[in-house]
Design a protein around this ligand. Structure first.
Ligand SMILES: [Zn+2]
Length: 159
């Protein structure tokens, strides 16, 4: 039993196929389409990641004013993390961010594991710097100009 794994199973179980938002990002220069992400489970992970990001964004907007109000409380002598709104919010957000990071990593790992051997060979041939997801779940091998971004992508960061 794990709180995080239970959460993941439950949330993925709640997502029905027709609720999954289909990516609409057009192909970019240097992208090479090598297939389609057919795995419904991987698509659900993508959807859950988007939901967690939306949740984080909404919470940040909702409470940013409260945070400012709470700064005074934070510096006072009787600051109590149990009742402090700011600390409570920060604790919530830490876990959300953790989930988002985990889902990001999990999603891109899923995509890489779906690649055929041919696609992986093609990736080597073209000197691809990563994988991406485009319109209608197309999987693309990416290749960017050698900028700082490209160098970072070379370390396996997804785009
Ligand atoms: Zn506090």
């Amino acid at each position: 039993m794990s709180v995080l794994m239970n959460w993941l199973r439950e949330e993925l179980g709640k997502i029905s196929e027709n609720e999954i938002e289909v990516p609409n990002h057009e192909l970019e220069d240097g992208d090479k389409a090598v297939g389609t992400l057919e795995s419904v489970e991987a698509r659900k992970i993508h959807e859950l990641r988007n939901r967690v990001i939306r949740d984080m964004t909404r919470q940040l907007k909702d409470v940013s004013h409260k945070m400012i109000d709470a700064i005074e409380e934070e510096v006072s002598d009787d600051h109590n993390p149990a009742t402090c709104e700011r600390c409570t919010f920060r604790r919530q957000l830490e876990l959300l961010k953790d989930k988002k990071d985990m889902l990001d990593k999990l999603f891109w790992s899923c995509v890489r594991h779906e690649l055929s051997e041919e696609a992986r060979i093609e990736s080597d041939k073209m000197g691809s710097d990563g994988v991406g997801i485009r319109k209608d779940w197309q999987i693309v091998l990416t290749k960017r100009e050698s900028t700082l971004g490209g160098i970072l992508l070379g370390f396996g960061l997804p785009i």
